[in-house]
Design a protein around this ligand. Structure first.
Ligand code: PAF
Length: 284
């Protein structure tokens, strides 16, 4: 059963009447199969799942796509209904605030900053972005009080920032990272893929292909990392790459000499659309 809630006061009331375990899937809507995979995992593990749809103004820079970010509530509810139908004994509570002031009252001053992790890579390209993400996720955690929250690993740095926030603030929620869902072509699913023209869509495939090739080149062997770095310098001659980096998968440190788990993170930019992707590599 799916219930739609548009107001924070109603959400608080409903939530106060339930006991744990509660699953939670925070999203900005315009749902695709990646979001459905988070919901279905949450439904498999929890009797009640809260699912938020909120385009968070705090995580968009002034020149970014907040105004034109696709808002498709009716279509999103159909996606949620389809996943929920596979779990008839479970309940889904969709929180889609009718107005941003339901989440951030006018003139609000609260903010959550996760230092260090928030200012590198995506944080360097998008100043203030992760503070906006941490602030809204903290607020939503406070409203929903979930036992487990589900996040896609496509936004790997976001997953680390939220995990760090939960650790730092001793929040009683487990953060569950979920595998990237890809099109058959390899392109990672993202709501922003719809901004791509057919030509850009074809050009975008170099992103997942390069990541896959680099992971294969390293092949689990630490001694091949210098070769991978040389290949990266070569690849970066294409100016569409915002960045393509090998980092420690737990800390995002550049020094991976002692890392056993490495992430290769990249942003490939086509027009104004920045496509994010990553692969994880175990090394010894
Ligand atoms: O990943 C997203 O969709 C957003 O950053 C999140 C976590 C819902 C916060 O607005």
């Amino acid at each position: 059963m799916v219930t739609l809630i548009r107001e924070t006061s109603e959400l608080r009331l409903r939530r106060s009447q339930e006991s744990l375990p509660i699953g939670f899937v925070p999203t900005m809507g315009n749902l695709h199969a990646g979001h459905a995979s988070l919901l279905e995992r949450a439904l498999a593990e929890n009797p009640v799942v809260y699912f938020s749809i909120f385009v968070n103004p705090k995580q968009f820079g002034p020149a970014e796509d907040y105004g034109r970010y696709p808002r498709t509530l009716e279509q999103d509810l159909s996606v949620i209904e389809a996943s929920a139908a596979r779990f008839p004994a479970r309940q889904v509570v969709v929180f889609a605030p009718a107005n941003p002031t339901e989440v951030f009252p006018a003139g609000d001053t609260q903010s959550v900053a996760v230092c260090g992790l928030s200012t590198i890579l995506e944080g360097q390209s998008r100043p203030g972005h992760f503070e906006g993400v941490a602030t809204v996720v903290h607020k939503l955690f406070d409203l929903v009080n979930p036992s487990t929250a589900y996040f896609g690993l496509k936004d790997y740095q976001q997953y680390l920032v939220i995990s760090q926030m939960v650790k730092d603030l001793c929040l009683p929620v487990k953060i569950q990272g979920m595998p990237i869902i890809r099109e058959a072509s390899g392109l990672a699913l993202s709501s922003r893929n719809q901004y791509l023209s057919p030509e850009q869509r074809a050009a975008s495939l170099v992103l997942s292909q390069t990541l896959r090739q680099l992971a294969a080149l390293i092949g689990g062997a630490r001694h091949r990392i210098p070769e991978a770095r040389r290949r990266i310098s070569d690849v970066l001659k294409d100016p569409h790459w915002n960045y393509l980096e090998l980092r420690d998968a737990e800390t995002l440190a550049e020094d991976v000499d002692r890392s056993t788990h490495i992430t290769i993170l990249a942003v490939y930019q086509l027009g104004s659309t920045r496509l994010l992707d990553n692969v994880q590599v175990e090394v010894s």
